[in-house]
Design a protein around this ligand. Sequence first.
Ligand code: PLP
Length: 404
Amino acid sequence: MEQPIAVTRQSFDDWMVPVYAPADFILVRGEGSQVWDQQGKSYIDFAGGIAVNALGHAHPVVTAALVEQAGKLWHLGNGYTNEPVLRLAKQLIDATFADKVFFCNSGAEANEAALKLARKRALDQGNSSKNQIVAFNNAFHGRTLFTVSAGGQPKYSKDFAPLPGGITHTPFNDLAAAADVINDNTCAVIVEPIQGEGGVLPADPPFLQGLRELCDRHDAVLIFDEVQTGMGRTGDLYAYMQYGVVPDVLTTAKALGCGFPIGAMLTTDELAKTLGVGTHGTTYGGNPLATAVAGAVFSIINTPEVLDGVKQRHQWFLDGLNKINQQYPIFSEIRGGGLLIGCQLTKDYAGKAKQITQLANEEGVIALIAGPDVVRFTPSLIIPEQDVKEGLARFARAVARICS
Ligand SMILES: *Cc1c(COP(=O)(O)O)cnc(C)c1O
């Protein structure tokens, strides 16, 4: 056997398109909520691959589903359907408002499908001026040109002009501002129930309720981007269930595959008709390997044990973080829902979120940022109490260092 190519962190800088600046170590193995690097150092994983590894690493049931399907059938192309995709569709439909599902490979693609659906629906109705999309400042919807334009962080889109038109942004949680721009020419409103990348900012319930009413009044499609909040992250299967506001279209990805790439757009019978044969598609969407994995993931997450466990773990994190904050007051607010938690840094520590996560790495814990001023935690939904305690102890040491 040929020796594998020797790789170090330097190899990244040598060979990779430099769109990322990864940490200065390379992780090689994970189990549950622990990961190990090339040198054998252990880390507690409070990031979960950015809200993806909702059942931690190498979950035995998910791994078994992957291995079993890998020996059977990987891919067919969409001229042929398959059993795992149909079973997963039924699981999602039975558990949500949706009647129909479209599968793809990522969150951006799910949002792309949702926005295309909304545009085409209005056009099919014969209304060529009903093409306006309303989105929110600081939102994140993915990196395709359409979704990055719908996102509300111009730093991610401005370099790629000309951008798709017809998208208006208003301040998040400002219903009056939204009401000013939503009218009969609006085909869609897209919103995250909790803005994830934008800083872990939960929507106020009346804001989502108000958007629902405005969409009803003006016959616009209400799209909830639940790519980050979805699949148990907030303690309900989807965050819309907590808010009691039902969208017309819901997009989901990240935790759906627990690390195997998959995304989905859920919608109603009526809206699904818009995307008839040949109007949209993707080579890999709904392939048997991805959907077999997601089916196993879904069966585990959509149980009272796991969903109630998220609420319990939320409290463990809150208690631990509040205690750290009493000793070293660096957070002005700890917010979010379930296991999507954001810690807003005080003015004194503004801009230091990245530095704090780097120190956390040195202490053996992996955390995320959500912008320069927010430290974010999105661990496995089944992280053991012992790992939460140990990880927070390591995080406290990182905080102590930034404060000294
Ligand atoms: C991560 C994310 C996306 C993009 O998903 P990709 O799989 O990276 O394309 C879209 N919306 C939200 C809310 C996200 O958190």
